[in-house]
Ligand binder design. Structure first.
Ligand code: HEC
Ligand code: HEC
Ligand code: HEC
Ligand code: HEC
Length: 467
């Protein structure tokens, strides 16, 4: 799916798209939902001056060729970033043939590397008034894109004895805290009120953004080391928690886009990117529709189905973190699906789901989210299937991708004792999904049952849990 734009697409069924736009028009008339209280401004939102990456790069600061032995931090962060971190090359990407094609297809008046729509995610772009004289857009996603414009903290943060809390009070962005970090990564890797990879952008050739656990768990090749010293200064590192929070925020954001008259529509149509791609992108000969959706609610034939994969993940996470909330999410998602099909007010149900999701992010942030929680999420996803919630192909496919993503992360962290049996089990799970036209829910359920046995049989992981 990631490189969908390069593959020819199937025949499209458009009736669903037209029907689904009605409730969205209605939502537009009812006005936008009221969001939760304003979170801390993201780096591009503050009015502090951005000084530019040259300010950080001195060999006595973050540009040392080798790691410092007696410092809290590595001091070669700039070298790591500039040599191996894709963020340093994010603006360079805008000069390549693919970007030229995207810009041309969109009919942009400027080339991609000069267009705000691209620079907002492929650079640190707080607006020219906030850019210091040495800051350059072509530097890519710079230190200040994540750590915040340095005007007020650059001098004080290097003074011996400066604390992290003081730095944050001076405008350093709290990348160490799970909710702010999830919001930061998602501002470019999922999209937010100011920037979004819309269906139009994908139609023009932009890759679909992937939302993998690995992406959110670390910023590989890491320019920081989480060791005892790090944890003493900043607390435990937990990438999986950031990812879980990201799922909750993605659901909340999707609900906002769905009901925002300015963002949720593209001309006459709703923003297609919120809907299941395969609802439209499949041959007419495939009769894919089944009467029950992934949340056990009824689905309506001939309608584009909202892409509920993040909701599926969030529900599995909440099964582990706070089971009654998982039930509530189910009911809310079913209500949103119904409203899209024309039964009930979309603005109301979307706002309700968004509010539960925002609250869930807070709950996850204060939950001890360890590797047994991850295993619980995988099990919860399997159990949804055993309860008969994956009757349609798309839901089954999504669940397998989700389980795969959780287990793959656990493997990368050394938390899976028997990688081989898990891989074999995953392969057997994928097998009935190889041909969507012949999808047999009963066969899939049988394999889910087998897979559950494998998961249950795994010994408790040897590693210490990380909060
Ligand atoms: C909402 C943020 C966002 C916007 C807006 C955006 N991009 Fe991207 N783009 C990304 C992210 C994130 C990736 C990396 C995807 C991944 O690896 O998961 C990416 C990847 C790409 C790639 C593929 C890069 C590679 O290494 O293969 C190209 C080309 C690209 N973008 C061009 C553009 C152009 C041109 C525009 C403006 C028309 C644009 N992008 C707008 C976030 C965005
Ligand atoms: C894509 C976002 C991103 C970019 C770009 C980025 N960082 Fe970071 N950085 C992080 C995150 C996340 C952490 C870990 C959380 C924390 O400790 O605040 C971190 C941690 C750090 C730390 C603290 C390490 C510790 O042990 O306390 C330093 C120092 C640092 N980064 C410097 C830099 C410098 C210098 C650059 C540019 C050359 C840079 N970062 C670019 C996200 C980023
Ligand atoms: C200002 C926008 C922006 C922010 C903030 C941001 N990223 Fe990125 N990130 C990008 C873009 C654009 C790319 C793609 C660059 C390319 O393809 O060359 C990227 C690439 C990546 C990649 C490499 C993906 C691959 O396919 O190899 C990872 C991993 C990643 N980001 C993680 C993170 C994490 C974790 C955070 C939050 C701490 C974060 N990013 C914050 C814009 C951003
Ligand atoms: C409601 C229906 C609908 C949904 C849902 C939908 N699309 Fe589309 N898509 C369209 C239409 C209509 C076109 C334009 C068709 C054409 O140009 O032939 C299109 C075109 C595209 C194109 C350009 C194809 C080309 O040949 O140039 C890409 C890529 C694409 N969609 C990807 C996606 C992805 C990825 C998703 C899911 C995130 C998605 N679409 C969801 C209706 C939809």
């Amino acid at each position: 799916m990631r490189n969908r734009s390069r593959a020819p697409l199937g025949f499209l069924i458009l009736a669903g798209a037209i029907l689904v736009s009605a409730p969205i028009l209605l939502a537009a008339q009812q006005g936008r939902d009221t969001g939760a209280s304003r979170p801390r401004p993201l780096p591009y939102e503050t009015r502090d001056k951005t000084l530019g990456v040259v300010t950080c790069a001195s060999s006595l600061c973050h540009g040392s060729m080798v790691e410092w032995k007696d410092a809290h931090i590595l001091q070669n962060e700039y070298i790591t970033w500039s040599r191996v971190d894709k963020h340093a090359r994010a603006t360079l990407v805008l000069l390549n043939a693919q970007s030229r094609k995207i810009a041309k297809n969109l009919g942009l008046s400027d080339p991609a590397e000069k267009s705000k729509i691209c620079l907002d995610c492929h650079a640190h772009n707080p607006g020219s008034a906030s850019m210091g004289t040495r800051a350059k857009l072509s530097d890519g996603v710079t230190c200040e894109a994540c750590h915040g414009p340095a005007e007020r903290w650059v001098a004080s943060h290097a003074v011996p004895g400066a604390t992290h809390a003081q730095n944050i009070a001076h405008g350093l962005y709290p990348t160490d805290q799970p909710i702010p970090r999830a919001r930061l990564c998602m501002s470019c890797h999922f999209g937010n009120a100011d920037r979004f990879v819309t269906h139009r952008l994908m139609g023009a050739g932009h890759p679909r953004l992937s939302f993998k656990l690995e992406t959110f768990s670390q910023i590989g090749p890491s320019h920081f080391r989480v060791d005892a010293d790090y944890e003493a200064r900043k607390g435990k590192w937990n990438g999986a928690k950031v990812w879980a929070i990201g799922q909750a925020l993605a659901v909340a954001e999707t609900m906002k886009v769905l009901t925002d008259p300015n963002r949720g529509r593209d001309g006459l149509f709703p923003e297609f990117v919120l809907f299941d791609c395969y609802a439209c992108h499949h041959p007419m000969s495939e009769k894919k529709w089944t009467s029950s959706g992934s949340f056990g609610g009824r689905s309506a034939p001939g309608l584009a189905r909202l892409n509920d994969s993040n909701m599926l993940m969030l529900r599995a996470i909440m099964h582990v973190v706070d089971p009654p909330v998982a039930e509530e999410i189910s009911a809310r998602v079913v209500a949103v699906h119904r409203a899209i099909a024309g039964e009930g007010a979309l603005a109301t149900s979307a706002q309700a789901l968004g509010a539960v999701a925002e609250q869930a992010a807070e709950t996850i942030a204060s939950h001890r989210f360890d590797d047994s929680a991850l295993r619980g999420v995988a099990l919860a996803l399997v159990d949804e299937g055993l309860a008969g919630h994956y009757k349609d192909y798309a839901a089954a496919e999504q669940s397998v991708m989700a389980v795969g993503s959780v287990l793959n992360y656990m493997r990368s962290q050394g938390l899976l004792a028997n990688v081989r049996s898990v891989n074999q089990g995953l392969a057997r799970l994928r097998d009935p999904l190889s041909n969507d036209e012949n999808y047999q829910p009963a066969e899939f359920q049988k394999r889910l049952q087998e897979f559950r046995t494998i998961l249950e049989g795994l010994p408790a992981s040897p590693q210490v849990s990380h909060d």
